[in-house]
Design a protein around this ligand. Structure first.
Ligand code: APR
Length: 241
């Protein structure tokens, strides 16, 4: 494996697969979330307008799961936080995940491109607010005081992911791009490896349980559970310094 010329910038993209071993469902694996619920019912603005209670229930259930104390960062999250601490160049984690496991593992330079379960957004004030309880029609916005205006701070299909300018700039500048635990089904994240290859300067590595849809675009694909592949990959990078 060719190491980036230290201290090159590293961009890491993560998907639901990195949180699987922490006990959180993925979306498209056997028995995943999209086998349990229809995407269009709970992950689209049309579904929210049609049945806000169903959508709030879906996210209330997932938000509550994070607070049970049973869901903890796993060695893959911890290895990425170690990489950020010990790598002499910038390490940016761009996650599609809406859980808080990267933060709890210690990652700081982090973008939640699909939003965050532990935040809501008032449709009047349009500002994200930290929120851990269930959201109901009676929930009041602490800023404007209105009820029924708090939606999950989640990017639904058909909506624009957050901080795309910052992400694209980082992809074009990085020396190493690592994709972890994502199936490569959903754009724009599924297109990041093509953007990196287009820029022509980074080494692109996929760490996934099995090759993703975009596997052929990576210089290197390592299969296996993230809790094993990510710590080993990070240890190899740091040993090469
Ligand atoms: N270790 C590593 N990879 C794993 C593990 C594991 N323990 N378990 C599963 N995987 C891999 C699967 O092989 C699959 O390729 O993680 C990937 C999960 O794919 P998806 O379920 O499609 O999740 P993701 O790619 O994050 O979905 C992207 O789709 O529905 C939207 O907004 C949602 O952010 C999500 C986006």
């Amino acid at each position: 494996m060719s190491h980036p010329s230290a201290p090159g910038r590293i961009v890491v993209l993560t998907g639901a697969g990195i949180s699987k071993e922490s006990g959180l469902d993925t979306f498209r694996d056997q028995g995943g979330l999209w086998a349990q619920m229809r995407v269009e019912d709970v992950a689209s603005i049309e579904g929210y307008r049609r049945d806000p209670d169903l959508v709030q229930h879906f996210y209330n259930t997932r938000r509550r799961e994070l607070g049970t104390g049973r869901v903890e960062p796993n060695p893959a999250h911890l290895a990425l936080a170690r990489l950020e601490r010990e790598w002499p160049g910038e390490v940016l984690v761009v996650t599609q995940n809406v859980d808080d496991l990267h933060e709890r593992a210690g990652s700081v330079n982090l973008i939640h491109m699909h939003g965050e379960l532990l935040k809501v957004r008032c449709e009047r004030c349009d500002r994200p607010l930290p929120w851990r309880e269930d959201v109901t029609r009676a929930s009041l916005c602490p800023d404007c005081g209105r009820a029924g205006t708090l939606r999950p701070h989640i990017v639904w299909f058909g909506e624009v992911p957050f901080e795309m300018d910052r992400i694209i700039a980082a992809l074009e500048r990085c020396a190493l791009f690592v994709s972890i635990g994502t199936s490569g089904h959903v754009y724009p994240a599924a297109g990041f490896v093509a953007a990196v290859r287009q820029a022509g300067r980074a080494h692109a590595v996929e760490l996934n349980l099995e090759p993703s849809r975009g596997a052929s675009l990576f210089h290197e694909v390592r299969t296996g559970p993230a809790s094993e592949t990510v710590p080993a990959f990070v240890a190899g990078l740091l040993a090469g310094l």
